[in-house]
Design a protein around this ligand. Sequence first.
Ligand code: ADE
Length: 228
Amino acid sequence: MRIDILTLFPDMFDGPFRESILKRAVEKGLVEIYLHNIRDYSNDKHNRVDDYPYGGGAGMVMQIEPIAAVINKLRGERDYSEIIYMSPDGERLNQPIVNKLSLCGNIIILCGHYKGVDQRIRDHYITKEISIGDYVLTGGELAAAVVVDSVVRLIPGVISDETSALTDSFQDNLLSPPVYTRPAEFNGWKVPDILLSGHQANIDKWREDMAFKRTRLLRPDLLGGDRE
Ligand code: ADE
């Protein structure tokens, strides 16, 4: 899988992509991630990439030309399954969307800034708009990092324990059951006896019951109920 990220702030991805599982996935060649600075595609003599909105109003709008230039260059080199725009008014990210994206060949992710991008980009280039929640970030970069992280960890070979991605919270519309590790007792707080019993069928049943209980308590909407 290849992911091309179009951004005005490529350095913002240094942290998330240079550490831990994402870093190893790139090193192992399981995913290729390329950062493109939109400013490099500006034809303006001051490298401007934004301008005042037609009709007036506060804030600046990212111009169509530099973004179109990067997208056209990339599309000329290979096919892309999706061209995604990160935006608070996009479809809310959830596990089914992540699962689907992890099956894509190549994707482009466009990060917006200021008041957003010229609508013609969204109308003519973007195939999917994604929000990571009902709040507004300073730009799409952190949201794009969330998408990349959630998608890349599903690529086979990225997470060493292959079953672990499948037993994540949300994969079956249930939250995960609680987990414990050594010591079996700390400060008088004990690990539930059943997990130490060695009886796998009972443990599996307990985990399933706890997953339902937690979901009913914390996210009843996942079970078809109302969210408070
Ligand atoms: N850009 C700014 N806010 C955002 C959000 N909530 N989700 C995705 N992209 C964004």
